[in-house]
Each structure stands twice: as C-alpha cells, then as structure tokens.
Design a protein around this ligand. Structure first.
Ligand code: SF4
Length: 684
C-alpha cells in the first residue's frame, strides 16, 4: 500500500478540472475564450496534455452550441422555453409510465458526465420504478467488466498506472495506448520500457504502440482465444506456471490443464495468423517474467465472444501468478473520462451504486434506507436490448450526453428504432445525429462549466471545477437533471449541489465509502477507499479477491465456431480511433486544431489484398456487409495484416457502424465492432 496523494484543496488551482476525453484523467484548466492549459495533477505531474486535451477548450465556445431548448412541432424542432420543454417531458414520461409501466422508459447515462450527474440520473430512473438504465460502457468494456467481476469481484483495473513501473513485462492486448491514451503511454508505459521492461503487443494492426514493442503478434481478428490459450500451453509446458500461486489462489486447475494439454500450438498459431516461433517467444516473455502486467483494450472486448476473450486472458494471469502483486494484473484502459465512474455509481441495469447487484435484497434495503424508496429488484435491460425494443415494449428514451445513432451497431436499424419512439429526449451540447431525431432537446453544459467528480481508468476519483458558466440559455447538466427529478419524483432525488450528491454516494456505495469531497482536493482518492484515510489501494486482490474469496476459478474457453466461417472473398473489418479524434467525433470533429493535425478517414488494406481486388492506393472503394455499404478511400499499407481491413469510426458522415451486425456477446451484451466480415471493391 502506497501513501495516498496529498489531498488538501489549497485553492492553488481553483479552476483545476479533468480532461473530458479519455479515461487517463489529465488535469487541465479552462482559461477562457476557448483556451485550455495543462495543470500539474495526479496523472500529468508536469501538466502535459495530448492534442485532444490541448484542444478541449474549443468546444466550450463553439458557435454551434445549443443555447435554447428545442421541441418538435409538426415534424420540426423549434425553440422553446425551459418550462415548455420540461412540461412536455413531464407529461410524456408520465403518460408512458401510467399506460405501459416504468419499464417502458429507457434511461441512457453519460460516460462523459460526472459521477454526481450519473448518480442522479440512475437514482431518478429507479425512483420511477425501473432498472432500465445503462451507459456506453456497454459498447466498449462491458465484456471486460463482466469477466473481471466474475473472477475477482470487481470490474476495474486490478493495479494502477503508477504500478506499471514494477512490471518486467507488459502485455498489451487489443489496445493502442500510444495513440489512444497518450499521456499514460508516455508517463507510465515508456518509463517502464526504459527501465528494461519487455513489451508484447497483440494487435492485427501495427501502430504507434507496436513501434515500442519487442514482440508483435498481428493476431487475425476474432482469434484471440486460440492465441491466448496457445500462449498458456507454451508457458505451462515450459514449467513457467506458478504452482504455488495456483494451489493457494485458484480452483478448477485440472480442467484448465486438460484443455492446455490438448492444444496443438502450431495449429493454434496458424489459426491466429501468427508465426509459431513468435507466439512462443511472446509467451515466454510473459510467462518467464516474475511480474507481468496485462493492459487490455477494445480490440479484446468488442467481440461476439468478448467476455470469453477476457476470460482467456484472466486464465493466463492466474496460470502465471500475475494477480495481486505489484507490477502484475489485468488492467483495462477505459475509453471516456468517466466511463469507470458511470458504472461505479450505478448507471447499469443490473447493479446499484458500488457494483451491488439489484437482485441482492440486503443491498436494496441498505440503499433504499438512504434513498427513502426501495430500488426495483429485477435487473433492467442493457442499452442494445432496449434499442431493439424501441417502439414496442419501450416507448420513451432519455439520452444524456451520448450519440447512439452513430455509436450503436447496425446504424440504419437503430435510426428506425429511435424514430419509432413516442418520446425521445436528448440532453447534450450540440445537435448531434441522435438529437436531430429527438422530440425534446435540452442544451447542457461543457466540461469547463461543470463541478463534481469523475473516476479515471485506475480508480482515481478526481474533482472537476467549473471555471465558467454555460452560455446564456443553456444550463448545467446537474441543474437540468435536478429539475427533471423534482418534476418526476419530487424531493427524493433532489440535491442542492454536486457535493450533496457525492456525500450521499459515499453513504450507499461500498467502493466510495470513506471518501471526502473536500479531501480529494486537487489530488485524488482511489477506490476502494480505506477507512484510515492514509493508504492507497494500488493493488487489488492481494490476499483475497475483492468478492471475498481467497480463490478464483479457472474458466476454460474455446474458440467460438462463428469465427471460422469466413467467405474466401471476405475480409474482416476492425475499427479504432486516431490520436486526434474521439468516439463519434461529436466534440473533436469541431476542433480546428485537431482537424488540422489530421482526421482523414481511410480504409487500411494490405497490398496483397488490394492487389487481388484491383484496388490502387487512394482509390475510392465500396465496403459492404450484410447490413449495408459505405464508401471510403483505400490506403494500401502493410500496417494492417492480410485478411483484415481497418478504419476509424469517428466520422458521422460515413457511419462505419452501419456495417456492424447487431449480434451481441451473450454474457455482456456488447456488440462485435472488431470482427465484421466485409467485401471491398473499387467504387463504381
Ligand atoms: Fe485528455 Fe486522455 Fe489526452 Fe490526457 S491523454 S489529455 S486525459 S485525451
């Protein structure tokens, strides 16, 4: 246990806030007139920012900010007063709940909202009588969270960014932190490498992270399980398994070993599309290290079998004793700045604040005793399950700070689903693609106008501070949600300030218990916060797993059959983002700085695959799946492996997600953005 960071808020940085983009959580301040500067903070000790953080001020003064509520009249969105907009929402939600019951509403929280905003939204949903509340973690790391909770009891980084310096080997699977978590890469990964750590990178595409790697395994998309299982077999046969750890901290070893014993490493390597010798070398780099840490991203999680992918990685960590010690663990790199917090505070259909199952009667009673009402006992539907029921059993949706018309798979079907709703409310900064289809649009606040807390990728809760007010006509998100709560459920969900909401959160969430809004100051407090107020829980699961057990089971997983059924004409589309862009691009596409740095969208295709299809570099191509077609410009490059193609998904104009099918991982209901069979041909 390391000492906790200095907590006092000395007023030195009265405007210090947290970057609104990725889950690293760099500190910055809004300087007015669209300008941002980095501040010394818990993560970026010298105040460094990546280009997105440096450009984060631009959205605040963007001329397209919404500054009046909008309501739909005769098919058109027209400006309205706040009271007219709230009247419309109150009436429509009241009608839906009265006619169809509370489960006829869907509540989508925001991974870029604060903990307090999300806490309020999920509490409001539950006060109306439904657990139909979810957030966009469903689209990125739901499978990771599911697999980690199942084995360890918590769905979060087992270790921390600081802790990476203790690792001898870093295994990065399906992530590109050099581009997507750049400050973490520079300040935590690269120093570990300079100290001599070995980097193993598993990714179908060679990218900026690969440049720093000692071993690159360009796995065929969808073949992570045979790859990880074969690595485990190599390690076990080489005698590098940690027998003592497995005897003390695991169960079901015999079953797992039986699976490993039957693995043909060469055949598995061939299936995974990597050289057997490279696989063996990477396996020994991980298994032969005394301390090896795994970092995971959406390349592992966003599959039809994403939960099984992560289970295979957890098996590998348990086999080698890489859990519960410094420099080890399974560490998901989270996407948005508060995607960890949105789940922590209960914006999930099956869990109350602190990861407590809604099916746990004792948890419902404990939470209900603070709330003054009992939360419903039946788990709600996940985001994609809700969308699939729009217009049928789900009649209304409240969407806070998300853009599902661009981010959900099978976009054309999603668009029709949203249009079938009786009521769609969108609370956002801009008229997003989703807001264009809304019945009521509420103009909310940018990061520089918000106060509250967010929780970063390594469980640090940090404070955001408002250094300016929303433009005249817009309102703070917390204020909007408070008024909505007052109208729909009355006093039980009303808070004067974000601080009040945070204090209640610490009373109902075991993870956030013992935290103090004041003591976070300009530093942080990490969950689980110990009661002594002094220590910092950097390494989870050291003596017991967070779920309370001393032992975690091995869960053998097999390659899923659908992974093998690819037509010879087809390539596998995998998607990702660039250094300069973020998610659907709602915010970054507006930035002059980021656009200048580069935001072109190409389809990366291996020269051999391009040659076979008569596709020249720079040529316009049609990319088609069973869901539809889009047109992109081809980039012939050996960075992407043969048999796969890659493009970014942040340009709303092309809506790459319209190509993705709507099938979901059975355990976590996450879509498979990283494994879509497509045909690619010259555009006519
Ligand atoms: Fe923001 Fe992430 Fe860049 Fe830090 S690394 S400045 S948190 S986008």
């Amino acid at each position: 246990m390391a000492k906790r960071a200095p907590p006092a808020d000395r007023g030195v940085n009265p405007r210090q806030s947290v970057c609104p983009y990725c889950g690293v959580g760099c500190s910055l301040a809004y300087e007015g007139e669209g300008s941002t500067t980095g501040r010394e903070g818990p993560i970026n000790e010298a105040g460094q920012l990546c280009p997105k953080g440096a450009a984060a001020g631009e959205m605040v003064t963007d001329v397209d900010r919404l500054i009046r509520p909008l309501v739909r009249e005769s098919g058109y969105l027209v400006t309205a007063s706040w009271s007219e907009a709230f009247d419309r929402i109150e009436q429509a939600i009241g009608d839906i709940v009265e006619a169809e019951g509370p489960d006829a509403m869907a509540w989508l929280a925001s991974a870029s909202g604060t903990n307090e905003e999300n806490y309020l939204l999920q509490k409001l949903a539950r006060a109306t009588g439904t657990n139909n509340v979810d957030n966009c973690a469903r689209l990125c790391h739901a499978s990771t969270v599911t697999a980690l909770e199942e084995r360890f009891g918590t769905g979060a980084m087992t270790n921390t960014l600081d802790d990476l310096e203790a690792a001898e080997t870093l295994l990065i699977v399906g992530a590109n932190p050099a581009d997507q978590h750049p400050v973490a890469f520079r300040h935590y990964v690269q120093p570990a490498l300079r100290e001599g750590a070995t980097l193993v990178h598993i990714d179908p595409r060679a990218n900026a992270t690969t440049e720093a790697a000692d071993h690159h395994l360009p796995v065929r998309p969808g073949q992570d399980i045979p790859l990880l299982n074969a690595m485990a077999a190599v390690i076990d046969r080489a005698g590098e398994a940690d027998e003592r750890f497995m005897a003390e901290r695991t169960t079901d070893l015999e079953r797992y070993r039986a699976q490993l014993g039957a693995i043909d490493v060469e055949a598995s390597a061939d299936r995974a599309g990597v050289e057997p010798a490279a696989l063996r070398a990477a396996a020994m780099a991980y298994g032969g290290a005394d301390r090896a840490a795994a970092l995971t991203g959406m390349g592992l999680s966003q599959h039809h079998h994403g939960t099984d992918n992560v289970r295979a990685l957890v098996n590998l960590a348990l086999l080698t004793g890489n859990v519960g010690r410094p420099g080890t663990g399974i560490n998901p790199l989270r996407g948005q700045n508060n995607v960890q917090g949105a789940g922590d505070v209960g914006a999930l259909p099956a869990t109350l604040p602190g990861g407590q199952p809604v099916t746990d009667a004792a948890a419902r009673e404990a939470v209900g005793s603070v709330w003054g009402f009992a939360p419903p006992a039946t788990p709600g539907r996940t985001q994609l399950e809700l969308t699939a029921r729009f217009g049928d059993e789900v009649r209304g949706a409240y969407v806070f700070g998300e853009n599902p018309l661009v981010t959900e798979p099978d976009s054309q079907t999603v668009r029709e689903a949203f249009d079938s709703l009786e009521l769609l409310v969108v609370q956002d900064l801009f008229l997003t693609e989703t807001a264009e289809h809304a019945d009521v649009v509420l103009p909310g606040s940018a990061w520089a106008e918000k106060a509250g807390t967010v929780t970063n990728t390594d469980r640090r809760v940090m404070r955001m501070r408002a250094s300016t007010t929303p433009p005249r006509g817009a309102r703070r998100d917390f204020t909007i949600l408070t008024e909505l709560a007052r109208r729909l459920v009355g006093k039980s969900c009303m808070f004067e300030t974000p601080r009040d909401a945070f204090e209640e959160l610490t009373a109902v969430s075991p993870r956030y218990r013992h935290m103090s809004y004041d003591e976070i100051g300009t530093g942080y407090q990490r969950w689980p916060a110990p009661s002594d107020g002094e220590t910092d829980t950097q390494v989870l699961h050291a003596h017991r797993y967070a779920g309370g057990d001393r032992q975690a089971p091995f869960v053998p997983v097999e390659r899923q059959p659908e992974m093998a059924t690819l037509d010879p004409e087809e390539l596998v589309l995998t998607t990702g983002r660039t250094l300069e862009q973020f998610n659907s691009g709602t915010l970054t596409r507006r930035s002059a700085l980021l656009t200048q740095l580069g935001s072109d969208q190409h389809l990366q295709i291996h020269p051999t695959d391009a040659e076979a299809r008569d596709i020249a570099d720079g040529q316009s191509v049609t990319v088609s799946s069973d869901q539809g077609s889009i047109r992109l410009r081809a980039e012939r490059t050996r960075a992407i492996r043969e048999g796969a193609v890659f493009c970014t998904f942040h340009r709303a104009e092309t809506v790459v997600n319209r190509l993705i099918d709507g099938r979901l991982d059975p355990d976590a209901q996450i879509p498979a953005y990283k494994h879509t069979p497509v045909t690619v041909s010259p555009a006519e």
